[in-house]
Design a protein around this ligand. Structure first.
Ligand code: 9GP
Length: 811
């Protein structure tokens, strides 16, 4: 752990305010002060970063590079201070200067360079790699605009741009002199070289410059500081000189702006962008910059590619960076003159691919004509990879004429050729993994069974995890203190040790302390709810939280249906609930996703009516906290009694929110989906509320769907669905919720809201009854904390490191 010299820290801080920002302390703005504090903290980070890099270089270690279009780091000041071990000292010094440390911590904007779970997972992985002293680095894009800010106007989601580093970016270090030159566009000129061999030339390309910016990733204990390298796109200074010389100043600038747009904005959807040229250019830009950097680092210490796969591992985070397969081949073949077969060996031995979804609309395919326009040389390489792969398949399976069509990378869809990125990633990698046990099975058996049949040894599972440094130590300091007081601090780097807490599950005083901590976290959350929504909620009620991206498969609508059910029980059936409940939602909908946005409006409709109904509102409240993001999650999760993880079985690859809630003592109500299954296996079935149909029942449910049968056999469901269709929850905008009703009743109910309704409401009743027994509930909560050690991202990273990357800790 680092130590901090108060007088030195103070004088560094004052001198940064003065000489960095040109102000006295009295004149300095909050932005100046925040930046100065971060710069003063950077002093403790940079030396360690340089020392770490030297350690890696001296030992010529194998490095792992994690390429991801998203890194959802969340605010960094608190996390860095905690990992350096100087949080409390820094707090005292800053407060002693007369500043408000807690206020500064809250002031930091969220770098929202990701949509949700995929990007947050990448950030957790970087924390674990550094905390375990492993040489693992991130590569991503330095988007000017992160995920939009969400505000709610009249119950509707509105999106506002997030120019996240407008106010400050003290963690971003521009690494001048290390740029990557990325060719794009142009065409292929076929030619023969002097010995008459085919020698394709990529000509008339334009150059984009990738400028790296590093964010230091401080490992817990401060011994290792790795980096996340984010690239910004710039137009090359000389590419437009010819146009410029011809006097067409505007055209010259037009191209410049067009290129610099590449890193302008993060696509705010998690599945629907396939087909958009800018998105492909972004993916290519990232991959090309990363490969350039990785190869340069390798060549600094080696003069041939013989050792490449022994010194370099690259992990593709979903199909988004799948072009790495083609780019690494191009760099090896075209720039370093490696023979095709050798280049292919190097590529496949180096790359691993993680699949994060089974949803067909999220599995990228690109029209070939866009490839031809944007990256013609890569298209050629992909076609050659496919040609060789297809001839192998035809030879191996002569009796199955359909195999080539099912497995090819390039597919002809009614005359239009498309590139299937998942197939490219699988063919070009030595490892393919899913992110939870059930998901990995479904990848093998349902998503790509032909590939599993061909290469069973490539397929494996790596159940996701989350970092306890951010999700317990930072987010829930009271709980962290209790754990440290009880079992010491070994759990921070070895989360399995939380099991030692089980020994205290019969101690009333301990359980009382646990309940008191939960209550304090609920009070903190209640005040955030008051500030952001003006709604007053009662910390004595059950805080039931559904926080994640809005998506039909995540079934916020099912949650809403249960709320209506409880509401009608109170209002019309005079059934007084056993305990008051507050249903709390948070999450953003992709701007173009009509149904998800309508669900947000629906939840607000419910809140509007229920919260004002004096017969119901002392028992039931509904709240939607706007602008869900990492910093808000840090406050919502510790305040949850109940965690809603209710996706349609088979549709959530893993989930990671489910892990964060459970390790903070919330009890899950969930389906047998994604990592819920493993959470249930760890915490025990009496400490989780499982409901709903299982994966293998869903397909036949869909096939045999009969809305009338459901409605006629359940008056409760019918009453709820009638309410969805009616204008009870939208008196001023009649008819707006009809599409929700139609999708369920007339649209085949693809997400099985009706089929799971009964078991969901039953599970909720059980849960509410159990909550009344405070002692028992505290035991459940404790056992959730104690038994979720498996879900540390340290465990996940250890598995990746040992089984796929073959990298080692260097401390
Ligand atoms: O939807 C999955 C989510 O279940 C998983 O936890 C997360 C991290 O593995 O990835 C999400 N997938 C995507 O965001 C897009 O593939």
């Amino acid at each position: 752990m680092a130590t901090i010299d108060p007088s030195r820290f103070r004088s560094t801080l004052l001198s940064i305010v003065r000489y960095g920002f040109g102000r006295t302390m009295e004149q300095a703005t909050k932005v100046d002060i925040f930046n100065s504090v971060c710069f003063a903290v950077r002093e403790h980070i940079i030396d360690r970063k340089i020392e770490t890099e030297k350690r890696y270089a001296d030992n010529d270690v194998k490095r792992m590079h994690y390429i991801s279009m998203e890194f959802l780091t969340g605010p960094l000041l608190a996390n860095n201070l905690i990992n350096l071990g100087i949080y409390d000292e820094c707090r005292t010094i800053v407060n002693d200067i007369g500043l408000d440390f807690d206020d500064l911590i809250e002031f930091e904007p969220d770098p929202a360079l990701g949509n949700g779970g995929l990007g947050r997972l990448a950030a957790c992985f970087l924390d674990s790699l550094a905390s375990m002293g492993m040489p693992g680095f991130g590569y991503g894009i330095n988007y000017d605009y992160g995920l939009f800010h969400q505000s709610i106007i009249g119950g509707y989601q509105h999106e506002r741009p997030d120019f996240w580093y407008n106010k400050s970016s003290p963690w971003l270090m521009r690494m001048s002199g290390e740029k990557a030159m990325v060719p794009v566009f142009g065409r292929i000129e076929d030619s023969e070289d002097m010995v008459g061999e085919y020698n394709p030339m990529w000509v008339e390309w334009k150059l984009i410059v990738g400028r790296p910016h590093d964010i230091a990733v401080v490992g817990y204990g401060g011994k290792t500081v790795n980096r996340l390298r984010l690239f910004s796109a710039w137009a090359s200074e000389d590419f437009d000189i010819q146009i410029f010389n011809e006097g067409d100043y505007y055209r010259a600038l037009e191209d410049k702006i067009r290129f610099e747009n590449i890193s302008k904005i993060l696509y705010p959807s998690d599945s629907r962008d396939s087909g958009k040229e800018l998105r492909l250019v972004q993916e290519y830009f990232l991959v090309a910059c990363a490969v350039h950097d990785i190869v340069s680092i390798y060549l600094n210490q080696h003069d041939s590619f013989d050792m490449f796969h022994e010194k370099v591992a690259i992990q593709l985070n979903d199909t988004h960076p799948a072009l790495t397969v083609a780019e690494l081949m191009r760099v090896l073949i075209d720039l370093h003159f490696v023979e095709w077969d050798d280049a292919w060996q190097i590529t496949t031995r180096t790359l691993g691919y993680t699949n994060h979804t089974l949803m067909p609309e999220a599995l990228e395919t690109w029209p070939m004509h866009i490839f031809k326009k944007v990256i013609p040389r890569h298209l050629q390489i992909i076609q050659e990879i496919d040609r060789r792969f297809m001839s192998m398949i035809k030879e191996k399976y002569p009796d199955d004429p359909e195999k080539p069509r099912r497995m090819s990378i390039v597919i002809d869809n009614n005359g239009e050729k498309n590139i299937r990125m998942a197939h490219l990633a699988i063919v070009g990698s030595h490892s393919v993994n899913g992110v939870a046990a059930i998901h990995s099975e479904l990848v093998k058996t349902r998503l790509v069974p032909d590939f599993y049949d061909l290469w069973p040894e490539k397929f494996n599972n790596k159940t996701n995890g989350v970092t306890p440094r951010r999700w317990i130590l930072r987010a829930n300091p009271l709980l962290a203190q209790l754990v440290c007081d009880t079992i010491g601090d070994g759990w921070i780097l070895d989360l399995g040790r939380l099991r030692e807490l089980e020994a205290h599950c019969k101690e009333t005083a301990f359980l009382e302390r646990l309940l008191m901590i939960k209550r304090k976290n609920k009070v903190r959350l209640a005040s955030i709810i008051k500030e952001t929504t003006y709604i007053e909620v009662d910390p004595e009620s059950i805080f039931d939280i559904h926080a994640k991206r809005l998506h039909e498969y995540k079934r916020q609508l099912l949650n809403a249906m249960n709320i209506i059910h409880i509401y009608f029980q109170i209002r019309d059936d005079n059934i007084i609930p056993s305990v008051p409940r507050t249903f709390i939602f948070g999450g953003k909908a992709a701007p173009g996703y009509f149904m998800a946005k309508l669900v947000i409006r629906f939840i607000h409709g419910l809140a509007e009516i229920i919260n004002k109904d004096s017969k119901a509102n002392e028992w039931l409240k509904v709240v939607f906290i706007p602008d869900y993001r990492v910093s808000l999650a840090e406050k919502m999760i510790p305040g949850a009694d109940v965690s809603e993880q209710i996706s349609t079985a088979g549709m959530e690859a893993s989930g990671t929110g489910n892990m964060k809630f459970a390790m903070n003592g919330a009890i899950t109500i969930g389906t047998l989906d994604g990592a819920n299954i493993e959470i249930a296996g760890e915490v025990g079935e009496e400490n989780i509320y499982i409901f709903g149909h299982k994966v293998d029942e869903i397909e036949s449910l869909r096939r045999e769907h009969d809305a009338d049968r459901f409605l006629n056999s359940s008056p409760a469901l019918k009453r709820v669905m009638d309410a969805v269709r009616s204008d009870i929850f939208c008196p001023d905008e009649p008819g707006i919720f009809k599409p929700l009703y139609d999708s369920i009743v007339h649209g085949g109910d693809y997400y099985c809201h009706m089929a799971d309704f009964q078991s969901y409401t039953d599970a909720h009743s059980r849960l509410a009854n159990d909550y009344m027994d405070r002692h028992n509930w505290a035991v459940k909560s404790l056992l959730n904390i104690a038994r979720t050690g498996k879900f540390s991202s340290d465990r996940t990273i250890k598995e990746y490191a040992e089984e796929i990357w073959k990298i080692k800790s260097q401390i």
